[in-house]
Design a protein around this ligand. Structure first.
Ligand SMILES: O=C(O)CCC(=O)C(=O)O
Ligand SMILES: [Fe+2]
Length: 448
């Protein structure tokens, strides 16, 4: 797992659905390809190889807005169903109901700018989906999720008497910088890493304005986008409550046996992230999975059952989305079902990154079948890049806290990486409730 380095910056995020209890097909276009999306209507911060030896190849790209898309038509279907499919209720699998009669044909826009579409008072759709080739399929579903509870404080002081990293972000960054040039020290390898920081290190409390804004956004629900065949992005999919739960669980596991550590490569360089494996260990030195972690003999913790439920639900919802956006495609063909037995948790500080690579160390059967990798983003936003070949100019999508990205089927072998972490973009409520360090937690689930 060599992680490529040396990115240029730029990028933008995608739209989040604004309606409640509705679903939409937006910008159905001639060919399917990459999508870039604009979240300019969103109230939130707009800035937001086998997995074997990951390519260290330099990968530079720049981004510029494109205006050459010409969507054929835009449909908005309204559902009578309310409060669909909150991730707060993992058992409640997608119950999208769409009535064909209340289909509304909207005039497509040739411009790449996002626009507001106001339907029945409370629906506002932000969209922009484009492809450098002029064609793409983009489809997004919106549902309503439960409000997040803003109550309850978390005690975050470190309880372990072992050596726990509670250093500041700057210290963390320095550690990463030193990894650029030197060897990963055994000390750093074995030092415990606390995902959360003591209260006194945290910034000011979120204002009630911020909290209310976040609450409103959480209530808007998620939107799904078919980015390209086999790749689906479910934006704002994990509710804030679920994100809080995931952070707390990861923090607890991360401080125990097989918890977070500073991984390094065979050549001695450190990865620009902290890592913890659940289910099975993935060893960056050998690019192999195993039952124990070679450097300390620890056994990886089990994947919490709730995490797997979220994964199953995300797969089902993605299959539905794919089937809805193309009559010819069966959802399971593009995003096959998968039972994760591996989860790799990465924590990136604000200088963290991950070079272009393929995830290809899972069994050949798993890869041949195109079983998806399912990725959760929590905390600061990240510029995620992907391309078919190492030397291609990568496409970029910004992943925000609560987003779930799936890549399977035809996209299972896509090269991908994290170009940069966008500072100070974590939801204030999440930070307030968990004291999550500045940075981004990413969980990728796979089936061996
Ligand atoms: O952090 C991410 O979004 C990607 C992580 C990833 O590609 C990996 O762990 O293999
Ligand atoms: Fe990966």
């Amino acid at each position: 797992m060599n992680h490529g380095e040396g990115w240029s910056s730029g990028g933008r995020g995608g739209p989040r659905g604004r309606s409640q209890a509705s679903w939409q097909i937006v910008n159905r276009q001639k060919s399917e390809s990459h999508v870039t999306v604009d979240r300019s209507l969103d109230e939130s911060s707009g800035n937001r190889g086998g997995r074997g030896l990951r390519g260290r190849g330099r990968c530079t790209q720049s981004w510029s807005p494109r205006n050459n898309n010409s969507p054929e038509q835009v449909y908005v279907k309204k559902s009578s169903q309310d409060g669909l499919c909150s991730t707060k209720q993992p058992d409640e699998v997608a119950a999208f109901k769409c009535s064909g009669d209340d289909k509304v044909l909207l005039q497509p826009s040739a411009s790449s700018n996002s626009k507001n579409i106001n339907l029945s008072g409370d629906l506002s759709v932000s969209r922009e989906c484009e492809d450098k080739n002029g064609g793409r399929v983009s489809c997004y579903l919106v549902n309503k999720m439960e409000d997040v509870s803003l109550s309850g404080q978390v005690s975050v002081s470190s309880t372990s008497d072992r050596n726990v990293e509670i250093s500041s972000v700057e210290d963390q960054d320095e550690a990463h910088k030193s990894g650029d040039v030197g060897n990963a020290s055994d000390d750093r390898n074995t030092r415990l890493f606390d995902l959360c920081v003591e209260k006194k290190v945290m910034g000011l409390k979120a204002s009630s304005l911020q909290l209310n804004r976040e609450k409103r956004r959480a209530a808007k629900g998620y939107s799904g986008i078919v980015v390209r065949p086999g790749m689906v992005l479910l934006q704002n999919y994990l509710s804030l409550n679920d994100q809080v739960m995931i952070v707390k669980k990861c923090r607890e596991l991360g401080l125990g046996e097989g918890g977070f550590y500073q991984p390094g490569y065979r050549d001695g360089a450190s990865c620009h992230l902290k890592m913890m494996c659940l289910g099975k260990n993935w060893d960056p030195q050998t690019s192999r999975y195993g039952d124990t972690r070679p450097h300390d003999g620890s056994v990886p913790p089990k994947i919490p059952a709730e995490f797997n439920q979220f994964v199953q639900k995300a797969i089902k919802d993605s299959q539905f989305l794919v089937a809805t956006s193309s009559k010819k495609t069966k959802g399971e063909d593009e995003i096959p079902c998968m039972s994760p037995d591996i989860c790799i948790a990465n924590f990136y500080t604000s200088t963290g990154r991950l070079g272009l690579h393929q995830d290809k160390d899972e069994s050949s059967k798993s890869i041949q079948k195109g079983l998806p990798v399912v990725s959760f983003s929590i905390g600061s936003s990240a510029e995620f890049v992907y391309c078919d070949q190492m030397n291609d100019k990568p496409e970029k999508v910004v992943l925000h806290s609560g987003d779930v990205l799936l890549f399977g089927g035809k996209s299972r072998n896509v090269f991908h990486g994290v170009q940069s972490i966008i500072k100070d973009t974590a939801p204030p409520v999440l930070v307030q409730e968990t004291s999550l360090r500045p940075g981004r937690l990413n969980l990728t689930f796979r089936q061996y």
